[in-house]
Write a protein that binds this ligand. Structure first.
Ligand SMILES: Nc1ncnc2c1ncn2[C@@H]1O[C@H](COP(=O)(O)OP(=O)(O)OP(=O)(O)O)[C@@H](O)[C@H]1O
Length: 354
């Protein structure tokens, strides 16, 4: 790590600390995430699993390399003797959470601005889903905005989950995603969810952009579910495919009589085309929720955004990954050593993953 000069701390979360740094060889600004052993993520991994969690994060970042809406991995380093683990990425700007809190002080984004950000986020999500990766922690703190270039990038693959051809299927853990952005099926304990958990979270982000405040700021899992059902209605909850087998299907909140959804009332100024995207992403029934790729086909995205840079292309997807149907993700929460070692970009000559 002697090739990097540490500048300032730019973030800290459950899994580690992120620093802005300078690459002494090129003078470029980078972001370095130092992973903390023992508290590495909400999946509850620690001790021996730290190594596997580090590899999983690097592997997911590597799988998503090259897309303009996904943060770029430069190198990774895990010292087996000291346990120090670092991930070096392009520095991609300040987080959307910071910008909303510090610069905009709750001022909502205008619809064309929100559309530009959502287009980039959905393109990023569509690319990572096509590559068999679930992010599982999309939220404003994990969206980076490059003030100069206008870029929008998804970061923090600490809870992401690869779906490799040789991975052994195992139940997914429902304990993922930050509460305010957690899909209802996760709260109800689903263990076979799919990319819909990410598109739900992006629906919450879209609502937050347009309202200037979180849509469902729950204080507990049950309060969260209650807020979701209060806003979206819960008449057809029991008709979800597989609802009866969800561990918390019997919860009284699911049976409470409620008025019809009132999402539209909360966004009176949003165009009908925009509302169709919002309502499609915030669809409680996972099998009816818009996928990221389908959302991009909605007429809302036909409009050109005046400030938009050149359209962002979705990077080519390996044929095998592209063929995977959305609803049958076999994404495994387990990432066994047998799934292979971490591959870092060839340009990252200093990457030394034990
Ligand atoms: N490549 C990057 N460029 C600029 N800032 C970054 C970059 N990666 C991360 N950050 C900043 O660091 C913060 C924390 O990073 P990250 O989310 O990866 O850590 P974490 O420990 O997993 O956090 P959390 O527990 O909140 O999910 C981000 O919210 C963002 O502000």
């Amino acid at each position: 790590m002697e090739d990097y000069e540490r500048l300032v701390k730019i973030g800290e979360g459950a899994s580690g600390v992120v620093y802005k740094a300078r690459d002494r060889r090129t003078g470029e600004t980078v972001a370095i995430k130092r992973l903390r052993a023992g508290g590495c993520n909400a999946v509850g991994e620690d001790g021996a699993a730290f190594d596997a969690a580090f590899r999983r994060e690097v592997r997911c970042l590597d799988a998503c390399r090259g897309h303009p809406s996904l943060v770029a991995l430069r190198a990774a380093h895990l010292d087996p003797y000291t346990g120090d683990a670092f991930i070096v990425m392009d520095y991609a700007g300040r987080s959307l959470a910071e910008v909303m809190r510090d610069d905009r002080a709750g001022k909502p984004f205008a619809e064309p601005e929100a559309r530009r950000v959502m287009r980039a986020l959905l393109e990023g999500a569509a690319a990572l889903h096509a590559r068999g990766v679930l992010h599982r922690d999309l939220k404003p703190a994990n969206v980076l905005l490059d003030a100069r270039g206008g870029g929008v990038r998804i970061c923090d693959f600490g809870l992401s989950c690869p779906d490799t051809a040789d991975a052994v299927s195992s139940p997914l853990t429902p304990g993922v995603a930050t509460l305010w952005y957690r899909a209802p099926e996760l709260i109800l304990g689903s263990r076979d969810y799919d990319a819909g958990v990410d598109t739900w979270a992006l629906g919450c982000v879209m609502a937050e952009l347009l309202a200037g405040a979180p849509l469902f700021p729950g204080r507990s899992e049950m309060d969260q579910l209650n807020r979701v059902f209060d806003t979206l209605g819960a008449q057809d909850v029991a008709s979800w495919r597989g609802f009866a087998s969800l561990p918390r299907a019997g919860n009284a909140l699911c049976r409470l009589p409620r008025p019809p959804g009132r999402l539209r009332e909360k966004f009176p100024a949003l165009s009908d085309a925009g509302f169709r995207v919002l309502a499609g992403l915030l669809e409680c029934r996972p099998e009816r929720r818009l996928s990221a790729a389908d959302a991009l086909w909605c007429p809302w995205f036909d409009a050109e955004d005046p400030a938009a840079a050149a359209p962002q292309a979705v990077a080519p997807v390996p044929a095998a990954a592209a063929e995977q149907p959305r609803a049958s993700s076999s994404c495994s929460a387990r990432f066994s050593a047998a799934a292979g070692g971490v591959t870092v970009p060839a340009v990252a000559a200093e990457a030394m993953v034990a």
